[in-house]
Design a protein around this ligand. Structure first.
Ligand code: GLN
Length: 606
């Protein structure tokens, strides 16, 4: 096993995650099998308890692991399926060490950061790197490890020490360190400044780690003399210094790395030159270029708990993008803060109210994503009602599906106080109820998490057709509440169709309004399995319906599932090549624009 460690210096937010994923992409393009590990030096055991509005979305894996969103980057870029152990945190490591201590495994010794914590880190990395994540058997060839945070952070010290030791443990030729740094350009003189990088490399060396490759984030390509200077002061050969300069969209990053021969530098350090082939990035290039060229917009209103951090909905945005690119449309996301749609806002802030409704009314499609807590619920209900009554394509994810059911109960079944018991414990019409898989009394461990199976109960429905008329699908979940099974018959009589259910028939997984152009709600989170080039079917449905192409897509899917045509999962006139999209787009989008990611939005950077 060979290891590529990616560290970051100078400032956070340089796009280390995208760089690490892109390194994985070029190595994979060289014919190598790649896995990845993300280290988050915080004390939380996992990301499950962290606020998405502070830290970005909680990404959910097949095994139910609630992990850092960077694992989503890896899954999408490399088309792999990771496990919860691929995300290491200080919390997990300390817990493992303390559990061991309690069991008496340290035989009376004083338990210390060095060697006990550092050994635990190294053992963890070595163990997890062996786990195949690409559906093939046997371990991968290379494991890309991303160390979160910036060199010098107190919390990452045990990891730095452990990784320094680890480079000796695995030996020369098996370990390559890529340091991502910043080369700022001072506006006044327009000069590329190397000092911050020099300092951060010095810091790295002081901690026992030697960089093999420097990846410098800058607005434009590094000038030759700047490279020379960096090479001289940082002791890294200039052919091992690459610039990650601003590009129209972040899918160009693997191409940038390839063009600057980063793969050759990495393969040289890892002694893999004879084994790897020239990188084949033709599909990747075609996608990146196609995305740059898209111009016909499709406007999607995202009605959520908007607080300014679009990373909170990262996978949903990526899934929308994958579907839009597949349908050759330029995605425009309009953020509609759910609370702004509510009557109260009309009184308190009429301008915000008007602006929100204007965006909703201009939308080609409406999406209500998942969420917890009751803030903005009324606004989301109003958005679902608007979509239902005005025949606007609607996709509700998790909470977005529960909202649609509540709205239907209130408006169509005349149950004025219909609600989820999450928001009103005493409602007389509890159409969404607490249905945990675990304990009913404890918050921790009561979520329905990870991959679960949904069986289609109605064949002639849009969702079944979009999924290629399979009898079941496996999608990822993260919720506690579900549609009340006792009320399903009443909903069905009134025209709401429950097209997908779990194996017991008790858990409602997919709803649809058959007489609406596209009104679909899913209890699961399809966004986590969407891939560039393999968009999630229900997202494809939303975008296709939003631009009047749903019939074509459904017909194409029908032909494919009957053995005709090529199974690309999308319909007539649809791009054969979709664009790969991933990562924290802000980090690589032009720093001066809001739209470098191929997604245009109302003033939000992502
Ligand atoms: N709050 C809802 C529940 O727990 C929805 C969760 C979600 O949207 N992920 O069921």
């Amino acid at each position: 096993m060979k290891y590529v460690l990616v560290t970051g210096g100078v400032v956070s937010g340089l796009g280390k995650g995208v760089t690490a994923s892109s390194i994985g992409v070029i190595l994979k393009a060289c014919g190598l099998r790649v896995t990845s590990i993300k280290i988050d030096p915080y004390l939380n055991t996992d990301a499950g308890t962290m606020s998405p509005f502070e830290h970005g979305e909680v990404f959910v894996l097949d095994d139910g692991g609630e992990v850092d969103l960077d694992l989503g980057n890896y899954e999408r870029f490399l088309d792999i399926k990771l496990t919860r152990d691929n995300n290491i945190t200080n919390g997990k490591i300390y817990q493992a060490v303390i559990d061991k201590e309690r069991r008496g495994d340290y035989l009376g010794k004083t338990v210390q950061v060095v060697p006990h914590v550092t050994d635990a880190i190294q053992d963890w990395i070595e163990r997890v790197a062996q786990v195949p994540v690409d559906g093939k058997s046997g371990p991968a060839d290379v494991c890309v490890i991303e160390l979160g945070g910036t060199i010098g952070d107190i919390e990452s010290m045990p990891f730095i020490e452990a990784l320094g030791q680890f480079s000796y443990r695995v030996g020369a030729g098996n370990f390559c360190l890529v340091h991502v740094s910043l080369v700022p350009v001072l506006n006044v003189v327009g000069e590329q400044k190397t000092k911050p990088t020099q300092h951060s490399v010095r810091g790295l060396r002081g901690l026992g780690l030697t960089p093999d490759i420097l990846a410098c984030r800058s607005t434009s390509a590094l000038e030759d003399n700047v490279k020379q200077k960096l090479a001289q002061f940082c002791h890294v050969p200039s052919e091992s210094i690459v610039t990650l300069y601003d590009v129209p969209n972040i899918w160009h990053i693997p191409l940038l790395l390839r063009d600057q021969k980063a793969h050759e530098a990495i393969l040289r350090v890892l002694n893999l030159h004879g084994v790897a082939k020239e990188p084949d990035l033709r599909e990747w290039t075609a996608r990146a270029e196609l995305c740059d060229a898209l111009h016909e917009p499709v406007r999607i209103a995202m009605v959520g708990k908007y607080t300014g951090l679009s990373d909170a909905y990262l996978s949903v945005l990526k899934a929308l993008l994958h579907a839009s690119v597949a349908l050759q449309k330029k995605l425009v996301v309009d953020w509609v803060p759910a609370t702004d749609l509510e009557d109260e806002t009309a009184q308190e802030n009429p301008d915000a109210y008007k602006a929100a409704w204007k965006l909703l009314k201009c939308a080609d499609g409406i999406l209500v994503p998942g969420g917890f807590g009751d803030r903005g619920v009324q606004g989301k209900i109003l958005a679902a009602k608007f979509a239902r009554e005005n025949r606007i394509p609607y996709l509700g994810i998790c909470l977005g599906m529960q909202i649609a059911v509540i709205e239907f109960a209130r408006s169509v079944l005349n149950m004025q106080d219909a609600n989820s018991t999450e928001f009103d414990t005493h409602t007389k019409n509890p159409c969404v109820i607490f249905m945990p898989e675990g304990s009913k009394t404890h918050m921790g461990g009561t979520m329905r998490l990870g991959s679960r199976r949904t069986y289609f109960h109605v064949n002639d429905c849009k969702s079944a057709k979009l999924y290629g008329n399979k009898s079941y699908v496996d999608e990822r979940h993260r919720h506690r509440y579900e549609v009340n099974p006792d009320m399903v018959a009443r909903f069905e009589d009134a025209g709401l169709s429950f097209t997908g259910k779990d194996e017991t028939g008790q858990r409602m997984e997919i709803i649809e309004l058959p007489n609406h152009p596209y009104y679909v709600g899913v209890q699961f989170h399809p966004e986590f399995k969407s891939r560039p080039g393999k968009p999630s079917p229900v997202f494809t449905g939303l975008i296709a319906a939003a631009c009047g192409q749903l019939e074509g897509v459904l017909q194409q899917n029908h032909r494919v599932s009957n053995g005709f045509g090529k199974p690309n999962g999308v319909g007539n006139g649809i791009a054969k090549i979709s664009v790969y999209q991933n990562g924290h787009a802000t980090k690589f989008a032009k720093m001066t624009t809001t739209n470098g990611n191929g997604i245009y939005s109302n003033g939000m950077q992502f």
